[in-house]
Design a protein around this ligand. Structure first.
Ligand code: SF4
Length: 339
């Protein structure tokens, strides 16, 4: 484990929900950390942010696709197939995320349906490509967030959130007024527009983007997307500008910052060296990195060799060695325990 970034713990209870007994018991050590969106709420700026975000839906530029569809009226032409309301597949505590995200009590995951990418190897294709799930109003989304807090989760983990930025900000506004005090994790495929990230500035505390590819031609072939690398890199730079390196509390639970995910693909289709060079030279050597080894063929991967096989031990070891050579030392280590 590399260098740790900690804030001092204090036993401040000023942000407890008085009625949240379970939450109090499970999170008996609170920090003086205040989520970014609470400050925005207290400055009276969060409501305006909601209105601004919904305006973007009428000529949608909320992700790197730039479909310019009026989502108040139609989903025709919207790659994400999502209109005014978000579609949610599931929500609940999740213990399979990175150590700083799952902590002891789990990450409060909200899994959004549909996606702005079209990866041929998608592990959740029925949710992301077929839209399994149901439409929810922002009021219900806010209830989910508060429920996850009540269950003792360390954060609200927004999975596949790029296309539902407006709905998320609206829900956060409602939930914050009712006592939501957990950091938000923006768990994204990394194809996010600068317009969306401007709306999220001061709302999100933890950005967790994929950096899927180091070559846009490969991205186009396997994720049906243009200029992935250019848009992804601009987005990650902006995320880093907003939140900096990952900071954790004394238990190792993330409070704020950037966590990058990179999935190693067969025959280096992910362009691992290019991705690491970018992180090392243009982001930070303190970047917390999850170098993922779990690739296995899903969805239509069998039609696209070499994606029709898992990665080899050697392929993963080479990626690890490359991270080491570039000086990227904050690698997620699932076997490590903070408690
Ligand atoms: S969120 Fe992205 S994919 Fe969806 S309509 Fe807007 S620009 Fe298109």
């Amino acid at each position: 484990m590399g260098e740790t970034h900690s804030l001092s713990l204090r036993f401040l209870k000023r942000y407890f929900l008085p009625s949240s007994r379970q939450y109090c018991e499970m999170n008996d050590e609170l920090t003086d950390f205040v989520p970014a969106y609470v400050e925005l709420l207290e400055r009276g700026e969060l409501a305006g942010r909601v209105a601004n975000a919904y305006q973007h839906l009428s000529d949608c530029d909320l992700c790197g696709r730039y479909c310019h569809v009026n989502r108040h009226e139609t989903v025709q032409g919207a790659v994400c197939r999502t209109g005014e309301r978000a579609v949610v597949y599931s929500f609940g505590p999740h213990h399979g995320e990175e150590d700083p995200i799952r902590g002891r009590n789990g990450s409060g995951t909200i899994f959004f349906s549909w996606c702005n990418l079209r990866c041929v190897f998608c592990q959740n294709w029925d949710i992301s490509h077929r839209g399994a799930g149901r439409e929810v109003e922002s009021t219900e989304l806010a209830e989910m967030m508060l429920s996850l807090q009540e269950q003792g989760c360390h954060n609200i983990n927004l999975v596949s959130p790029s296309h539902v930025v407006a709905q998320i900000i609206a829900a956060v506004h409602r939930a914050a007024q009712r006592g939501l005090r957990l950091p938000l994790v923006f768990n994204t495929g990394g194809y996010d527009s600068r317009e969306a990230l401007a709306l999220l500035d001061g709302v999100i505390d933890i950005y967790m983007p994929d950096m899927k590819y180091g070559d846009s031609r490969i991205a186009r072939k396997y994720s049906k997307v243009r200029d992935y690398v250019e848009i992804n890199r601009e987005a990650v730079k902006e995320m880093y500008r907003q939140v900096g390196d990952l900071v954790t509390d004394e238990r190792g639970v993330a409070l704020r910052g950037l966590l990058v995910r990179h999935l190693v693909l067969p025959e280096d289709l992910a362009g691992t060296r290019n991705v690491f060079e970018f992180i090392a030279h243009e982001i930070s050597l303190q970047t917390y990195l999850n170098l993922m080894d779990q690739y296995h063929p899903c969805y239509r991967a069998d039609e696209h060799p070499p994606l029709d096989r898992p990665i080899s031990h050697d392929e993963y070891q080479r990626a690890l060695a490359m991270a080491d050579k570039m000086g990227l030392h904050r690698l997620d280590q699932r076997q490590h325990r903070y408690w």
